[in-house]
Design a protein around this ligand. Structure first.
Ligand code: ADP
Ligand code: MG
Length: 352
């Protein structure tokens, strides 16, 4: 059973709730299924809420010396990945709650003060306050953060489900950096791959959620769908396709690569860009002819058009929802170039 089969089979009780969950004027505009839930209190106050858990040995190294060395980055990243989900709704970050399961070995001044420094550095950078949490003892480090945000008065959150045929597909920043760093940081230290990985390590350990861009898109009011890329471009784009009922064409030569990643052999680079997790870039759709917002307070954030919505999804069809093209040719088992054979496009999976 995949992660998503499991979620929808056991935890999707939204149809039961829609009628009952009204408290005064508060209603659930979006429940399970998007980057965050959206609750409307009054016509001009929308509350956005999400939770993400980072587990030692799964989201960061199991190795104690690494967990000790990376205390600051782990604190920072736990906040950043949650803020990224708020950004993917177009929300302004507001506050967080921190649930910490702490191993004996890390319950010391050195580790905790570094972890807290990283956490509060992210809090001040993204404008969130820690407003509570829970602390327990456990044999592995587990950090679960609930993040809250607000949709600016008069604006709407951007969901995964509104992409339309003819829309263009855009992504912020560059793709694949964190994936390459994860796989090559421990290569032989003088090798070219380790040197490239070292230049990209900050993208793995200290990702930048695209908060201003998310809010600028909400303000512009033109984006039809949005998600943050946390589990791999194709997998996350497939969520947009499934929820919007559309098929998308992606152009491999358009995928944005950082300068260090451009030195990597093409097929390995593309694999990282298509399936690597931990990018925390925003992936969104805009109607043809509408440009992404400019004048952002994030002028170093590049935005690249990487494809378009080509058709409505055909129910019960074997055609993949995300079609890949390279030099104007659609990739297929018979014509997989630039790959020797069609790559496995599945991204990060917790359960298979
Ligand atoms: P993201 O990658 O943005 O964190 P996911 O794609 O992992 O989101 O999750 C899909 C949706 O499933 C989200 O809306 C999330 O809130 C919901 N979800 C995940 N696990 C559970 C759970 N155990 N119970 C209820 N909802 C869940
Ligand atoms: Mg997300």
């Amino acid at each position: 059973m995949t992660e998503f089969d499991l979620i929808y089979r056991y935890f999707d009780h939204q149809s039961d709730l829609t009628q009952k969950n009204h408290l005064g004027s508060a209603s659930i505009l979006k429940g399970l299924g998007d980057d965050a839930a959206v609750i409307e209190f009054t016509a001009d106050a929308k509350w956005v809420s999400c939770v993400d858990t980072l587990v030692q040995g799964r989201h960061f190294s199991d190795d104690w010396s690494q967990v000790e060395t990376l205390a600051f980055a782990i604190g920072y990243k736990s906040v950043a990945v949650n803020v990224s989900d708020l950004a993917a709704m177009g929300a302004a970050p507001h506050s967080i709650l921190l649930a910490l399961a702490l191993p004996e070995r890390l319950a010391n001044e050195k580790w905790l003060s570094e972890f807290a420094k990283g956490l509060f550095h992210a809090c001040s950078q993204f404008g969130v306050q820690l407003i509570g949490g829970d602390t327990t003892r456990h044999d592995k480090l587990v950090i679960s953060i609930t993040a809250n945000g607000l949709i600016e008065s008069g604006l709407s959150a951007i969901y995964r489900n509104g992409a339309q045929v003819g829309d263009k597909v855009y992504v912020s920043g560059t793709l694949g950096d964190a994936c390459y760093a994860l796989h090559h940081l421990s290569d032989e230290s003088l090798s070219d791959s380790a040197k490239i990985a070292q230049q990209l390590a900050h993208r793995l350990h200290m990702p930048t959620p695209r908060v201003q861009l998310g809010q600028a898109l909400a303000k512009q009011g033109q984006a039809t769908a949005m998600i943050d890329v946390s589990d791999g471009l194709v997998q996350d784009l497939t969520h947009i396709c499934q929820q919007s009922g559309v098929q998308v064409r992606l152009h491999l030569e358009s995928l944005p690569a950082s300068t260090p990643l451009q030195q990597v052999e093409l097929t390995e680079r593309l694999r990282c860009q298509l399936t690597g997790g931990d990018d925390y870039e925003l992936l969104f759709t805009l109607p043809a002819g509408v440009s992404p917002p400019d004048g952002l307070d994030c002028s170093d954030t590049q935005i690249t058009c990487i494809g378009e919505v080509i058709s409505a999804a055909q129910p019960n069809s074997d055609t993949p929802l995300v079609e890949l093209t390279y030099q104007a040719q659609v990739l297929s088992d018979d014509y997989p170039a630039p790959f020797a054979q069609m790559p496995n496009l599945q991204g990060f999976q917790h359960f298979v």
